[in-house]
Design a protein around this ligand. Structure first.
Ligand SMILES: Cc1cc2nc3c(=O)[nH]c(=O)nc-3n(C[C@H](O)[C@H](O)[C@H](O)COP(=O)(O)O)c2cc1C
Length: 214
């Protein structure tokens, strides 16, 4: 079974999607071919995808939707040339709640079926915005889950449902957690500390309220 993975991040090799793909393939005996939706000739890449048995899109959630480059690529795809081809998705997002990706998931399942591919499902992982910036020790659990998800995928051509469920476990924050995060934010103890640190490192802290398009 041949699988092509599409990295759907506009940041290509420099984003969280790349880290997730690398961890997904880490324990595979034969790693998959990875293609980048960014900076591609969409028609050519869409045609090339027909050569593989399975296409796996790995992408970030951008404004509750798929990145425009993924949509462009999908719009160039034609129906599967022969029966038996499969398509799956991994969507990772910044906010913790996997419910944020629910609308996209429904859309992706429809697209796969419209294109006459077997839909393998969509694995959702929230709280992924800092992955590429965090030390490896903070990502340990996630990386183990991704290693296992990838090696299961290589053996079975599908997602391990137990791991998929675990990855998307935080569906929505409870009222208590929302209250807690709000209180921490008011005390200046939210994850703003981390993002403000990034702004300072990039000499952009003073510009954080700029509205260039207003
Ligand atoms: C333009 C833009 C829009 C985003 N929209 C959302 C969103 O609607 N919901 C969310 O949870 N995260 C959102 N994020 C956060 C990204 O999904 C998250 O940082 C992801 O890990 C980025 O992956 P990448 O580095 O591979 O591009 C957005 C990020 C950007 C840059």
């Amino acid at each position: 079974m041949s699988t092509i993975i599409i990295n759907g991040s506009p940041k290509a090799k420099h984003g969280n999607t790349e880290v997730i793909i690398n961890q997904f393939m880490k324990d595979m005996k034969v790693p998959c071919e990875v293609c980048y939706a960014a900076n591609k000739d969409y028609r050519k890449l869409a045609g090339y995808l027909h050569q593989s048995d399975t296409v796996l899109f790995v992408m970030p959630l951008y404004i509750h939707a798929m990145p425009g480059i993924v949509m462009k690529l999908i719009e160039c795809m034609e129906s599967a040339p022969v029966p038996g081809k499969a398509m799956g998705f991994i969507v990772q997002s910044g906010f913790m709640e996997s419910a944020q990706s629910a609308y996209l998931e429904r859309y992706l399942s429809t697209i796969a079926r419209d294109l006459k591919y077997t839909y393998l499902g969509t694995v959702i992982r929230g709280g992924s915005a800092g992955i590429s910036m965090m030390p490896e020790s903070m990502n340990k659990k996630l990386f183990i889950q991704l290693n296992q998800l990838g090696s299961y995928f290589e053996s079975n051509g599908s997602f391990d449902q137990k791991i998929a469920k675990e990855l998307g476990k935080i569906q929505a924050l409870s009222k208590g957690k929302c209250f807690l995060f709000e209180a921490l934010g008011k005390l200046g103890l939210s994850d703003g500390i981390f993002w403000n640190g990034m702004l300072k490192n990039n000499k952009a802290f003073d510009k954080r309220f700029d509205k260039p398009f207003a």
